[in-house]
Structures are given as structure tokens and as C-alpha cells.
Write a protein that binds this ligand. Structure first.
Ligand code: PBG
Length: 349
């Protein structure tokens, strides 16, 4: 049909004109005013949605910047409690501890990971002594402690030994629980580790200690900056974690992983990374209705920070939008390096 000069007719062909909903239904009506947009908002972000990952290392009076993660620091055990206190005052319910282990303390078996007075346990005690009512979560995994940077112990051919690794993880979980850790968070992706850790905890009087399982954890390139932060970038080199972490192409497999972890006793489950895997969070939440968390990992954080520092994006708005996306996808909460900044912004209103 030749254009007759009337834009309205050209832009709105017959089906919309004839449709029953328009113009009776106008979606923009609810969006017209600020109060109405607030009234019709479906999801909210609060400080209680955040799990704040913090890095610790040996030393005194340290707040050492992590180069690949602008705004993130490694704390020594004497400064970490103050940092956690700030998070607590902002209403953040729980912090997750990640250690930078001195290179000369690492070995192939990650033996320092099971020593009762290691860095992680001292950090837990320092935090708990100062702030008994904030939750403390700890990774259970070997990669920060091993000379090869893998999350397991290896045989002579370099193959990761599943069941031998699980034994070490159980030992690690027990010393962390003993030090006062509230939430054990196995991040290694060995088979059967949730059941084994649950059993070990129960046997030793830690029946109250919760397990937040890294259930669907992918072999992701987005962990790059974290590996600098904990010092496993140089130990791991270009080695792949694909024999234990998941293939980024899969989502049915994520549901099977989550189902197993629930059956083995997980109290909460996690999908990791976060933003590129929001579809997985949604499927997990819909299928299991479990307390479900997403990890906005180091690479996601650093991309937003890099864009903001270059003036390419509005950092604060992108931060809040990215965090809200987790809630929209069905997550109960987010592990995020932005936790403190975002909680401050929420407080300001
Ligand atoms: C250790 C662990 C990793 C992360 C959390 N726990 C790294 C890895 O699996 O290689 C990544 C967190 C992040 O990138 O922010 N198993």
C-alpha cells in the first residue's frame, strides 16, 4: 500500500487497531509518576540481600588494594573486624572470608588448609570476637592453599582425586566450624562433598552449622581477578578446572547438581557466576524453591568498575541495576564485592 501521508495509519497496522486491549490497556499509565512506579515495583533490594566477600592475608594494619579489583582490599586479621563492623552496621547479615596464603606456605596437598591456627581460622576468631552476631561464611576448597592452584589433591598424572579431596574438605570444614564459622560453603565441585561435610559436622557436634553449597559452579573466565586476589593466578597458570567445574553451555546439569546437594543436606544453594547465569538462577529457584544465591564474581565486579572508572558507564546505577537483576531472577541474595557500597547507597535512599 502506498504511504498516504498519515503516520498514525502507517505505524499502527490493523491488528493493533483491532486488538481488544489497546487503548483500554496502556502500560505506561502505571509508569507515569514516581509514586506509581514505586507502588508497582516488583522486586526490592535491601542490605539483608548481601553476602560480602572479604579477602584476608598475613600482616599488620593492612588494607592492601587488589589491583584487578578497584575498590577491593585485602585485610590483615587486626583490621578485618573493623571492616566487618562497618558492614554489620549497614545491615549486611553475613561476610564470606577468602584467604591470600603466602606462597611459601603452599604445598601440593594444601596442608595449611587443615591447620587449626591458619589464617582463615584466625580471621574467623577476630571477626567473631568483635561482632558475635554477624554471620561468618567460609569457603571450603583447596585452591588458595595448593602449590598448583587446583581445588583438589592430584595423583601422579595430575588427575584430581575426588574422594581424597573430600576427606581434606571435611577436615577443613571442621576446623572452620571449631573457630566459629556459621556457614560452610564448599566451592570445589567435588562429587559427594556436601553429604560428607554434613556428616562430619554432625558427628562433631556442629549440627547447627549451615551449608551454603556452590551447587552450580561453572568453569568460568570471570574468576580471573579473584585469582589475583587470593594469589592462585600464578599457581594455576593456564590450567583448566573443567574436570570439576561445570561447562558454561549447560543448564539441565545445574538442576541435577542442585538436586544432589539438596539431597545431601545443603541448607542453601548457589549459582556462580551470576550475571551471565541468571537463567540458571531462575530455573533453580522455580524448580526447588530453596534459599538460592547468586555470586556476582570478581570479573563481573571489575568490568563494572573498569567501565565506571573510564567514564563509560554510570558506576552507581550499573551497580544497583546489576544487583537488582539477581533479585528479579529469583535469588534470595547476592554475594557481591559491591555489598558495602550498595548498602551505603540504600541507606542514603
Ligand atoms: C575457590 C573460589 C573461586 C571463587 C570463589 N571460590 C575461584 C575458582 O573457583 O577458581 C571465585 C570468586 C570470584 O571470582 O569472585 N574455589
Amino acid at each position: 500500500m502506498p504511504f498516504n501521508g498519515k503516520v498514525r495509519d502507517a505505524a499502527r497496522p490493523a491488528p493493533i487497531q483491532a486488538g481488544p486491549a489497546f487503548p483500554t490497556t496502556r502500560m505506561r499509565r502505571n509508569r507515569r509518576t514516581d509514586w506509581s512506579r514505586r507502588l508497582t515495583q516488583e522486586n526490592v533490594l535491601t542490605p539483608a540481600d548481601f553476602i560480602w566477600p572479604i579477602f584476608v592475608r598475613e600482616g599488620d594494619n593492612l588494607r592492601e588494594p587488589v589491583e584487578a579489583m578497584p575498590g577491593v582490599a585485602r585485610y590483615s586479621c587486626d583490621t578485618v573486624a573493623d571492616a566487618v563492623g562497618e558492614a554489620k552496621d549497614l545491615g549486611i547479615p553475613v561476610v564470606a572470608i577468602f584467604p591470600f596464603i603466602e606462597p611459601d606456605l603452599k604445598d601440593a596437598g594444601g596442608s595449611i588448609s587443615t591447620q587449626e591456627d591458619n589464617l582463615v581460622c584466625r580471621a574467623i576468631r577476630a571477626i567473631k570476637a568483635a561482632h558475635p552476631d554477624i554471620g561468618v561464611q567460609c569457603d571450603v576448597a583447596l585452591d588458595p592453599f595448593t602449590s598448583h592452584g587446583h581445588d583438589g589433591v592430584l595423583d601422579e598424572n595430575g588427575e584430581i582425586l575426588n574422594d581424597d579431596t573430600v576427606d581434606v574438605l571435611c577436615h577443613q570444614a571442621l576446623i572452620q566450624a571449631e573457630a566459629g564459622c556459621d556457614v560452610i560453603s564448599p566451592s570445589d565441585m567435588m562429587d559427594g562433598r556436601i553429604g560428607a561435610v554434613r556428616h562430619a559436622l554432625d558427628e562433631h557436634g556442629f549440627g547447627h552449622v549451615q551449608i551454603l553449597a556452590y551447587s552450580a559452579k561453572y568453569a568460568s573466565a570471570f574468576y580471573g581477578p579473584f585469582r589475583e586476589a587470593v594469589g592462585s593466578a600464578s599457581t594455576l597458570g593456564t590450567a583448566s578446572k573443567a574436570t570439576y567445574q561445570m561447562n558454561p553451555a549447560n543448564t539441565d546439569e545445574a538442576l541435577r547438581e542442585v538436586a544432589l546437594d539438596i539431597a545431601e543436606g545443603a541448607d542453601m544453594v548457589m549459582v556462580k557466576p551470576g550475571m551471565p547465569y541468571l537463567d540458571v538462577i531462575r530455573r533453580v529457584k522455580d524448580k526447588f524453591g530453596m534459599p538460592t544465591y547468586g555470586y556476582q564474581v570478581s570479573g563481573e565486579y571489575s568490568m563494572i568498575q573498569a567501565g565506571a572508572l573510564n567514564g563509560w558507564i554510570d558506576g552507581e546505577r550499573c551497580m544497583m541495576e546489576s544487583l537488582m537483576a539477581f533479585k528479579r531472577a529469583g535469588a534470595n541474595g547476592v554475594l557481591s564485592y559491591f555489598s558495602v557500597e550498595a548498602a551505603k547507597l540504600l541507606k542514603r535512599g
